[in-house]
Write a protein that binds this ligand. Structure first.
Ligand code: CUA
Length: 318
């Protein structure tokens, strides 16, 4: 839309552009004042340096008038900045009557989203372009904060009550969705995507309630929730087998035998890990028997069939 403000991250809404204009104006004013003050200070340092012949006699000034002008000019400038930012801010917090409500539940360390049309998603938020959206958000545990940098909006998500976030995204595309409040070990990985779609695509997406990869998504969420990612995630400091590309491969076991990593191997590895320890690894994985329902095991198996690049580990293990 507007490339002149490209020193800032991409802006995907009219509000984001207004915020950028306000921000750059404030930054520009501050820089201007800094330069004037610094130049004046340097000028006087040189003019009145020790031994210079500059006159030390005072200059006659109309002091009260100068004081009043100075004070009122600065007051007006600040009031104008206040009115400007208050106008933008109230525009952001006001919900428009036809805004589409979307429910967001945060928990350590996943964003779950429920659309009125029935679709659920995890760590992703699909919204229609050019339409007002109202997020109704709550948390199951700690305080989180939903941050959509491309829209320049951020709102704390609290347990025990709903907070709201109103916006209208204008430019279709995929943008970051982040947690902006430290909420525990995996805070940094509590991130996902905001997907702004043309309204027709969004309607089609909403209608596709047969959630194609719902099971796989649920599996990924379980992989994070149950801490699998701590040891098996990318960059983990724990020596655990990588699960990326594992499915369908032959795995050499410690007892010298080998097995093909199929659904049953995965299932056993989760429920009875000591039964088949891969060669070269210590039998340190705990059993998850009793912690996962059959449905959740199915989702995990579906995810592990093709995890793609496993999410990065934020491992805190020794
Ligand atoms: Cu949730 Cu940080």
């Amino acid at each position: 839309m507007n490339d002149s403000l490209s020193i800032l991250s991409p802006a995907a809404s009219a509000f984001a552009h207004r915020t950028d204009t306000l921000f750059l104006t404030l930054a520009g004013l501050a820089l201007f004042i800094l330069l004037v003050l610094a130049a004046t200070a340097v000028f006087f340092c040189i003019k009145y340096r020790a031994g210079s012949r500059a006159s030390r006699a005072g200059v006659p000034l109309d002091a009260p008038r100068l004081e009043w002008t100075w004070t009122i000019a600065i007051l007006l400038a600040f009031l104008a900045l206040f009115a400007w930012s208050a106008h933008d801010y109230s525009g952001m917090t006001k919900a428009s009557a036809d805004a589409e409500p979307i429910y967001v539940v945060a928990r350590q360390w996943v964003w779950t989203v429920q659309h009125a049309g029935g679709r659920r998603e995890i760590d992703e938020l699909h919204v229609p372009a050019g339409r007002p959206v109202r997020l109704l958000m709550t948390s199951q545990d700690a305080v989180h904060s939903l941050y959509l940098p491309a829209l320049r909006v951020k709102q704390d998500v609290l347990p025990g009550r709903y907070t709201t976030l109103n916006f209208r995204a204008d430019v279709p595309g995929r943008y970051p969705l982040l947690c902006a409040e430290y909420c525990g070990t995996e805070h940094a990985s509590m991130a996902g995507g905001l997907i702004v779609m043309p309204p027709e695509d969004y309607a089609r997406w909403q209608a596709g309630a047969a959630i194609e990869d719902g099971l796989r998504r649920q599996g990924l969420a379980l992989f994070r929730e149950h801490g699998c990612v701590g040891c098996h995630g990318r960059g983990s400091t724990v020596r655990a087998p990588s699960l990326d590309g594992l499915f369908g491969r032959r795995v050499a076991l410690q007892d010298g035998s080998a097995v093909v990593a199929d659904e049953n191997y995965l299932r056993d590895s989760i429920l009875v890990p000591a039964k088949q320890v891969a060669a070269g690894y210590a039998p340190v994985m705990p059993s998850y028997a009793g912690q996962l329902s059959e449905q959740e095991l199915t989702a995990l198996a579906e995810y592990l069939r093709n995890p793609g690049a496993t999410p990065p580990s934020e491992s805190q293990h020794p």
